[in-house]
Design a protein around this ligand. Structure first.
Ligand SMILES: [Zn+2]
Length: 308
């Protein structure tokens, strides 16, 4: 998404958004990067209706709310506090708590901080909708237990969860990622994940596990047969690095996570990873600024952030 530029430091951020008016102007800039346009008649000028966050078309008098479709709609919390909260959650170490947020924003009520945090996190735990593409490494791992003998006994340890991952190959590094918790290692579990996560026709690098075999119908599937997990890490380095980062994050930040909550944390990890170099995209996603209901034109599609 193209839009106004994003402050690089907290100080810059705070200088820029000192009033709710400045926040509202930012919302308008996000929504109409090339200037306001009436969704009904296409007119390019509008009045701002006081502090209600409404724009009224100068030609047909149609009113648009600048917060519609965002987390900020009909909130009683000042926009400026929402902006600060989203900035902190975006730029801070993962695992920002409601207590920290309450303290940082100087909120009197803990409940307000908690509710805001929940709403902001909702954007992060929503699974990514578009599919990654190109050359993609696919593999799976156990989370929350000893890793040995991953397919050996095929016995399900109830303390362990299976996470399947797909990672774009970008030169020597990684592009976008997708991760999901799956029930087991069967084709019935693995194939739907890949189909939902990777564009058909992409090159799939995997380790030759039979659960992936049906994918050869829709993908350029290139299995390499390996028996031992150490070799797999060498042949599929990016997806293994991703698993390792995920596990470090779960342990370090969240001190381990129950299997019940794992899917949410996995989605948050994906959200953060895919926007690690794009704080503005993360900030806008958290506030819901990228899910606008404005008419979609070809130009907007072209400008859309691929990791949306
Ligand atoms: Zn109009």
């Amino acid at each position: 998404m193209i839009g106004p530029d994003f402050p690089r430091t907290l100080a810059e951020f705070q200088r820029r958004f000192t009033t709710d008016d400045e926040c509202r102007r930012y919302l308008v800039d996000c929504r109409w990067p090339e200037g306001y346009q009436c969704p009904r008649c296409g007119h390019a000028q509008a009045y701002e209706l006081s502090t209600r966050g409404l724009l009224q078309c100068k030609s047909c008098r149609h009113q648009v709310s600048v917060t519609a479709g965002t987390v900020l709609h009909r909130t009683r919390v000042p926009l400026q506090l929402w902006f600060s909260a989203a900035y902190l959650v975006t730029t801070h170490t993962p695992g920002f708590s409601a207590v920290q947020l309450q303290r940082q924003l100087g909120l009197t009520r803990y409940e307000t901080a908690w509710t805001m945090l929940q709403k902001l996190r909702r954007a992060m735990v929503r699974p990514e909708r578009d599919r990654i593409c190109g050359t993609v490494e696919v593999d799976e791992t156990y989370v929350g237990g000893v890793e040995e003998g991953r397919r050996g006994g095929r016995q399900r340890d109830s303390n362990k969860s299976i996470v399947v991952g797909a990672v774009e190959v970008r030169g020597r590094g990684s592009g976008r990622i997708r991760l999901a918790v799956v029930e087991d290692l069967s084709a019935a579990s693995l194939v739907p994940f890949v189909e939902a996560s990777v564009e058909p026709g992409s090159i799939l690098l995997a380790d030759g596990w039979q659960g992936y075999a049906p994918l050869r119908k829709t993908y350029d599937y290139r299995p390499s047969t390996v028996g031992n997990p150490k070799k797999a890490a060498k042949l599929l380095p990016r997806v293994h690095q991703t698993f390792s980062n995920l596990k470090t994050w779960l342990k370090g930040t969240h001190h381990g996570v129950s299997s019940k909550h794992l899917p949410h944390y996995v989605n948050e990890f994906v959200f953060r990873f895919n926007r690690r170099r794009k704080p503005m995209a993360a900030f806008q996603s958290l506030l819901g600024l990228t899910t606008q209901h404005a008419p979609t034109t070809h130009k907007m599609l072209y400008m859309a952030d691929p990791s949306g």
